[in-house]
Design a binder for this molecule. Structure first.
Ligand code: ZN
Length: 152
């Protein structure tokens, strides 16, 4: 179930400290919700769970980010059109850094591992969008918003 309550979406998510079993339940819930809504990324807070966990990508090429930490952000910014599963009928002309480097935990072959990775282009946009979610920011905080019919 997607959350649309802006008050809830604007809270800062907490570090994930749960077990692997609890994580699996959370990630399944997030993955299903993302697929049902044809998203390319989702944060735990969007399904009502205020933890620093998000997914970016589709199907087999989906990456799980747990407790991410920003290492560096490119000063070179580009404009993009962005939408969000939690902001109906809203398109925002955002300005995002071309690349971002993070460290985060993820799960590989059933075990937690720490990863340091740089994302560029559209991947970097999606990562910055989801990082915003875990810090309580929404797309309209990142540029001019254009609202369609039935927006909330
Ligand atoms: Zn979003």
């Amino acid at each position: 179930m997607l959350i649309f309550d802006k008050k809830k979406l604007r809270q800062r998510s907490k570090e994930w400290t749960g077990t692997l079993e609890e994580l699996e339940v959370l990630v399944d819930k997030m993955g299903e919700t993302m697929e049902e809504n044809k998203g390319v990324g989702i944060a735990a807070i969007q399904v009502g769970e205020p933890y620093r966990v998000f997914l970016v990508g589709e199907g087999d090429r989906c990456e799980l980010f747990i407790n991410p930490r920003q290492v560096s952000l490119s000063p070179y910014k580009k404009k993009h059109w962005e939408a969000c599963l939690s902001c109906k009928n809203t398109n925002v002309r955002t300005s995002r850094s071309h690349s971002i480097t993070l460290t985060y935990d993820t799960i590989k072959e059933g075990l937690p591992v720490v990863v340091k990775r740089t994302f560029k282009g559209f991947e970097a946009v999606k990562v910055q969008h989801e990082l915003d979610h875990i810090n309580g920011f929404l797309i309209m905080d990142r540029g001019k918003a254009y609202y369609g019919k039935g927006s909330n």
